[in-house]
Design a protein around this ligand. Sequence first.
Ligand code: PEP
Ligand code: MG
Length: 570
Amino acid sequence: MRRALTAVGAARGIALGRVRVRHPQALAVAETRIPAEAVPDEILRLHRALDTARAELHGLRDRLHGALAQEVGEFLDLHVLILDDPELLHGLDDLVSTGRYSADYALKLQRDRLAAVFEGMHDDYFRSRREDLDHVIGRVHAALQNRGDDAAHGLAGEILVCEAVAPSELAELQGQGVVAIVAATGSPLSHSAILARSLHLPLVLGAGELLALANDGDALMVDGGTGELVLEPDTDDLHRYHRRRAELGREQAQLARLRRQPTRTQDGVDIRLYANAESREDVAEAHALGADGIGLYRTEFLFLQRRELPDENEQFLAYRDLVLGMAGRVVTIRTLDLGADKADHTGLTLRSEPNPALGLRGVRLSLVHEALFLTQLRAILRAAAYGPVRVLVPMVCSREEMVSVLAMLEKARASLRAEGLQAGERVELGAMIEVPAAALGLADFIDLVDFVSVGTNDLVQYLLAVDRGHESLVSLYTPRHPALLRLLSELFAYGRRNGIPVAVCGEMAGEAANVPLLLALGLRDFSLHPSTLLEVRRAIREADLASLRRRAQSLLRAHDRAGIEKWLAR
Ligand code: PEP
Ligand code: MG
């Protein structure tokens, strides 16, 4: 029977396929005891399954190539680490040899034990590690059942409907032919969602109802943009789907023609479009689409999912690749923004902060770990010898922090000089405006910066006091709030008066629908993921800047979201 549901669209694109349900309790194994004489064979069976799982993970890692190799590879490495964890392994052996449980049941018991430990911690970081544990255990269980790759082969043309999806799985699932993913949990600002957008894999989150309703083999239509889901679509739905698909195909072809066109409004004003990048693939795409440069390179992706810190040389090579990849266009490298939702394995971030979003993160963390910060700044300065580079500092709150950063930059430069190492001559320094205090207090440190970039993802979170990753607050988390628009308008005007460029690099700038609003408020520098760059360029080319600017006052008089949307609709 047809059922239409709406959840949260997290990565755009439409898909039609058969459902493949992955229930969270996939490890439904009956309690089975084995006789003492069967123990050695059972241990052998268990170890073979562990070896198979290990070999699969290594095989996947070897097959990765291109830009995703590093990011996804790090998640796979983490899974290998979990698989080799002595506590997990000893526990398993013990349960089989002493407890006389079957290998399958031992696996379930160990999983339940460790999951309870993770869950008891009530910490986002550990919750996400619990998901990794489930993935690893699921892989070993499949190997015990001799399912291995067979289960995967059937995935072509299927839509995975699951409780949660890990970033490490996405590329693998797509490689196996999964055409979309629908998960019950997760937020559009999660790393899985960012990666799904990079892979152009439609993703819908918050769809717990579908997980309860859907069965393997049901037909499902997914719209990763609107979050619409239609289970067992009827003829009208199918017509709609095919029409939409044809429309999207035509739109892609039209957009492709904008690759070499200037980003110029109807009344002849050039607007700068920079790209946000997390991977080498993003950099290549940004270059191919004619981005004006990289407006935000998130260096924390070099640090996540690993135990050792990347050393200066590894960082230098990554940043140099980025600079060379943009062939002379400016590259904005953001210093480490770990903490809160971006927790690492290196022991840098605190594990038990009561309010991680208000805790040791961004520049605060860098200033606490001086040696680490110096290493990163040295690597960036060395890369700057190869092309124009700007340094962007995340989570700035005060003048004192920018003064300390400047001192560290000087120290890094002096140490390179002393060692006779090459560094970029002129490296501009910028601050991210993500905290209301920095937005309201820009005047206090504007003399210390060459540019600023507004991180609306965090600014919205702190201004509205709404957790950006909170699944139940998705409807409250919006940049279309009068207070944010007023603040942005003042920032843009203040930057203009002082000759300091003010960019927006939050997700807000990557939505074509926000273009008239941002132009009206005075934005001239957009920074966005390459996946929506052409759409945003098209929206800018369709806009008449002078008439939008004339309408800015009426936008700023809107008292609520409905008023802002009414303004946009006009
Ligand atoms: C932001 O906060 O808007 C931003 C661009 O940074 P991130 O999403 O990496 O926190
Ligand atoms: Mg941020």
